[in-house]
Design a binder for this molecule. Sequence first.
Ligand code: SF4
Length: 82
Amino acid sequence: MVRIVVDLNRCQGYAQCAFLAPEVFVMHGEEGLLYDPEPDEAQREKLAQAVAACPVQAILVDAVETPDRRIRRSRRAHRPGR
Ligand code: SF4
């Protein structure tokens, strides 16, 4: 799963993202942007294009869980506390 956040204070409603990744971003009205904060992994490529195209770098892609990270986390969680 990919987690994204759009800084809506920064977003100027240029709609580049909605054009490049319409399954994730939808323009609502003149400057309102709606988006899926947890898009499907299959959207990663389009999402990367949208991130690169945003003229004000308002799209933050965060907390992409790699299998490696997940393993490390679960190991830490199961480590005995002694
Ligand atoms: S491309 Fe950037 S500025 Fe334009 S609507 Fe998307 S997030 Fe907002």
